[in-house]
Design a protein around this ligand. Sequence first.
Ligand code: UGA
Length: 435
Amino acid sequence: MKITMIGAGYVGLVSGVCFSDFGHDVICVDKDTAKIEALEAGRMPIYEPGLQQIVAENVRDGRLAFSTDLAESVRDRDVIFIAVGTPSRRGDGHADLSYVLDAARQIAEHVTGFTVIVTKSTVPVGTGDEVERIMREANPSADIAVVSNPEFLREGAAIDDFKRPDRIVIGLEDDRARPVMSEVYRPLYLNHSPLLFTARRTSELIKYAGNAFLAMKITYINEIADLCEKVGANVQEVARGIGLDGRIGAKFLHAGPGYGGSCFPKDTLALVKTAQDYESPIRLIETTIAVNDTRKRAMGRKVIAAAGGDVRGRKVAILGLTFKPNTDDMRDSPSITIIQALQDAGALITAYDPEGMDNARKLLEDVTYADSPYVAAQDADALVIVTEWNEFRALNLARLKAAMRTPLFVDMRNVYQVSEVTRHGFSYVGVGRAG
Ligand code: UGA
């Protein structure tokens, strides 16, 4: 198959690269010249484990190319994916579709022969209809079928998720697209990943309904964690106890500082807005958003309370800034709000993150960056694990204790056993665990 991917962001780049790894001929297009030049030189614009190697292999074997020339790259292709950003629109929280619709218009003007146009970007219900309308308006003779094919990969595990998905969802209105999409995903289908064909609007909604459900599940366990602290129960055991029920499932039941990232916050908001527009409000998700927003600042207060109620002039060491491990992505990371809450209370912040510090520098003011957890902990009055990077799972606790002024250990991801930390003379505060 000859595939073109418009947008070399997280989803576009990973999907395009993986399609080339399946044996398809892929061109990844982005209007950001610096990004395309970097990719051509073998440098990755994002941190994602394994990505660089698979890009190099497929470029070497001639299956993968990069371009800034959309017009040239959409001629004579079998499938064109649109994987550009759909950020929250400033002011009203709806998904901003301007990049998707611009791409659709440009594709329509240059496309030749029968071509399947696929929206991979996360787009609200009805966007496929709009993409089709705009394309037909821009070029009435274009022979196209517009398909929805949402992506479910997670940052930090993107390649593995893409190659071993729980399901592939394909929403279409024109049956000519069906064999084409089956061919695109043939290697995964042969590998037993189910292909779910639906109507286009259904497919668009599956993506939002899925992300919102996961955000709600996390928020639920976070509220249970708060209750655990009050009643002297242990949230990890509660999560295990309920997660073993196959109807609930064990995943996404890790209590923490609240969800962040480039997907859950914007997608929950967009779903709520769509539902309100259709006068079918989803109150569970409205509440999820509100609870999660409040939680992040409350986590800052949790550190202050653990430090005896006053952090003015005290040094707090933050370990982990990205919204989750194995990414350099700082978008909507809980660390931002937590650090601001601590700074508002007068704390001095030193931070360390394995990959996120360059992006953090663009967002956070008055933070001192350290090049290891131990340098961050020097003379600190509290140490806070905000993101559970693997390298924080086996910290040298004796060394940390020796470096710190006050041995207070706040573990927002429940990485450590309480006794393991207290044995070294720390006071320990986790999430949803008594003691
Ligand atoms: C999420 C979904 O998991 C993907 O399926 C989806 O494709 C993606 O959004 C998207 O729409 O593009 P991602 O944002 O990369 O993926 O990261 P997750 O691993 O889902 O984590 C999101 C947030 O939830 C993180 O802040 C994480 O720390 C938090 N989380 C996750 C918890 O606090 N507890 C958990 O048990 C799980």
